[in-house]
Design a protein around this ligand. Structure first.
Ligand code: 13P
Length: 252
């Protein structure tokens, strides 16, 4: 069956890499990750955004991993959506679980960041996901719907075509323990139903929902086969050639 939505493969490099390592990644991305059926976007650390943008095939997108909620000012250590745009990058990841849980970002702040990044014209990749204790307490939907509410409140109807959602259960990130295809499908379907009620059936049908959390070359095909999994946000495996297999899983 053809896919309803264009497959999306995101590589979140997190705080990894140096110029030499990045050159190696760019080499295999340009050689093997350009696929008409798959939208590929990589997110290098902020200091390398421009370097990567200049060397990467223009068909591959480049994302910031985070940005603040205003254009400029006294916010030492941060970058703005305007700066990401200024170095010709079109995407930004917002509300990643490491921003939420290591750096203490709130739903409210993430919502404000989504609003601002969209207002300057970036495409945004807001992330949501429950912790292990929340899943075990049966609170997965309660948590992801709460996180999503703070996001959807900040998206205008005409901006939804610049939004791709990433569901990343915290317990699956960097642990080697991925959600099973069935677990991920269940949450993605629940999110789509919820979006249909809270936003519109059109948005629910069109918006891509990515899965993230220990995606590898070994498990990507089974995950990609699920109808509501429209792609991946990949951490560790996006630094390796395994990413090629992951990209291609969307082209089957
Ligand atoms: O956080 C992630 C992507 O944003 C997932 O990380 P891993 O693929 O390393 O588990």
């Amino acid at each position: 069956m053809p896919r309803q939505r264009k497959f999306f493969a995101g590589g979140n490099w997190k705080m990894n890499g140096n110029k030499k390592g990045i050159d190696d990644i760019i080499h295999f991305l340009n050689a093997d990750c350009v696929d008409p059926n798959v939208e590929v976007v990589v997110a290098p650390p902020a200091v390398y955004l421009e370097y990567v943008r200049q060397k990467l095939n223009p068909q591959i997108g480049v994302a910031g991993q985070n940005c603040y909620k205003v254009a400029s000012g006294a916010f030492t250590g941060d970058i703005s959506a305007d700066m990401i745009k200024d170095v010709s990058c079109n995407w930004v990841i917002l509300g990643h679980s490491e921003r939420r849980n290591v750096f203490g970002e709130s739903d409210k702040l993430i919502g404000e960041k989504v609003k601002y990044a969209l207002s300057v014209g970036l495409n945004v990749l807001p992330c949501i996901g429950e912790k292990l204790e929340e899943r075990e307490a049966g609170k997965t939907e309660e948590v992801v719907f709460r996180q999503m509410q703070a996001i959807i409140d900040n998206i205008s109807p005409n901006e939804w075509n610049r939004v791709v959602i990433a569901y990343e259960p915290v317990w699956a990130i960097g642990t080697g323990k991925n959600a099973t295809p069935e677990q991920a499908q269940e949450v993605h379907k629940g999110l789509r139903n919820w979006l249909s009620k809270k936003v519109s059936s059109e948005v629910a049908e069109k918006v891509r929902i990515l899965y993230g959390g220990s995606v590898t070359a070994a498990n990507c095909n089974d995950l990609a086969a699920k109808p509501d999994i429209d792609g991946f946000l990949v951490g560790g495996a996006s630094l390796k050639k395994d990413f090629i297999t992951i990209v291609k899983s969307g082209s089957k």
